[in-house]
Design a protein around this ligand. Sequence first.
Ligand SMILES: C[S@@+](CC[C@H](N)C(=O)[O-])C[C@H]1O[C@@H](n2cnc3c(N)ncnc32)[C@H](O)[C@@H]1O
Length: 302
Amino acid sequence: MGETCLPQARRPCHFRRPAHVPTQARGIDISARRRKMVVRTQGPATMTKDEQPAVWQADMLSQYPMDSNAMMSDLDAERLGLLLTYVEETTLSEELAAIIGRIAERHPKHLRVKELFETVEAYRRIGQAIYEQWRAGRVEVVYDFACGHGLLGLLLAYRFGKLRVVCVDLERRPAFDHYLAVARGLGVPLENISYVEGNFTELELPPKSYVICIHACNEGTKDALEMAVAAAACYAAMPCCIRDGIYLRRINHVDDDVRYAAAVGVIAGQYGAYKITAIDGRITNRNLIILGGPVPDATDAG
Ligand SMILES: C[S@@+](CC[C@H](N)C(=O)[O-])C[C@H]1O[C@@H](n2cnc3c(N)ncnc32)[C@H](O)[C@@H]1O
């Protein structure tokens, strides 16, 4: 097993952090905050970190605004701290939480609350799927097609240090460069990530590609899945808008949720998916993820 492709297990704190990298974003001491919260609410201060019960609970999501205008800068200190604890506990990395904390501090207008939850939850599910395929020897490069801000690629590049991660979008967003600069400023070089500004349909997928396509509207998902299947690549797609006529002539007489679920089922069938999974529907109602490729040995965890 490559030392920098880890299962989603508690990553040793020292794993990739050079000695000079702080474990906290300036002004936001995640580990201290977590200790404080755990001591106050969950148990004795003598517990080691790995023994501490999680601070983040799913019902806490209701404390956060999920409209697409709500920025990290709109959160009060309490909710921002809790959000960083959520990132740390979900990614099992203090370092990633520190990077997000620094982004929130330096670029508060470049990170939406909803985007962060969506990305971290997608990372959790898709990271597990990539890990299972990588372990079977099927992944060398991950493509995030229609990547937008590129934060998902950044999280994956961190976790899968031995894989190349290529983010692709028609337009290179300033947010991506801000995020990368923050990570690098904290001593996390992420040399395995790159960004291609252009149309992903013009790329040629090399062997052992893993294609991701999150919320690429309408034909975007179809184009990405056609490419993945043609290249025998594994894939993960979370469709958003699915216009009538792209896959089926019409889905009639059902409400929006049923229509979305039915359409995702059709896509999964059409492209030979082995699993449909989901992120929390309170974050987005376009929350289903289709996973494709050979059925991995493992788990039904993700
Ligand atoms: C709704 S955003 C989703 C961004 C990101 N995946 C996310 O989940 O936040 C859709 C993105 O798809 C990009 N896009 C659509 N078609 C594309 C294509 N053929 N090649 C590259 N990018 C494309 C757009 O530029 C836009 O940034």
